[in-house]
Design a protein around this ligand. Structure first.
Ligand code: ROI
Length: 161
């Protein structure tokens, strides 16, 4: 089993409900257990002109290979009505593998640690709820990334699940 952190995001069709459904679906993935879920956070889209996003991070313990887990997550995205139009477009559900055990993965379909997590408050703050002492496989600590990324613009929801 390896500890895996998943970033969840949605800005269409009842975002909080999308995240709750995705969490239930991830708990049903083969050879995988749901270990923890962060609070939900709301923030403006990094791209103007889109609805606000709801984001969270979940911790899984999984015996799946990284690409098998990615297939499972993409299946959940499709089940929840994800349509791939333009890159960075609004979406009912986005599931990103942020961290996969101690692994550094550089494949066409999957790069881990997730390339964009380092500067995104809506990823780093929920991740810090679950793993404040996390060190990335490339040596950087979550504490360092947080220090460079203000909480600014995030709204933490009191009740999430
Ligand atoms: N903005 C926020 N706040 N949350 C996201 O998950 C998110 N995802 C995206 C873009 C459009 C970059 N902006 C986002 O893909």
């Amino acid at each position: 089993m390896e500890r895996v952190y998943i970033g969840l995001g949605s800005n269409l069709t009842e975002p909080a409900e999308q995240l709750r459904n995705a969490i239930k679906a991830m708990a049903q993935l083969p050879d995988t257990q749901l270990a923890a879920v962060s609070s939900f956070y709301i923030s403006d889209s990094l791209l103007p002109g889109q609805p606000r996003y709801t984001n969270a991070v979940a911790a899984l313990d999984s015996a799946l290979a990284p690409l098998a887990l990615l297939d499972g997550l993409q299946g959940i995205e499709l089940d929840q009505g994800r349509e791939r139009h333009e890159r960075w477009g609004p979406r009912t559900l986005d599931l990103d593998i942020l961290i996969f055990g101690e692994r550094l993965i550089d494949e066409p379909r999957l790069k881990v640690p997730h390339y964009h997590m380092q500067a995104r408050a809506f990823v780093l703050y929920p991740l810090a709820e679950l793993a404040p002492d996390l060190q990335l496989a490339d040596g950087r600590t979550l504490e360092q990334l947080l220090a460079a990324c203000p909480f600014e613009g995030l709204e933490r929801l009191p009740a999430s699940l």
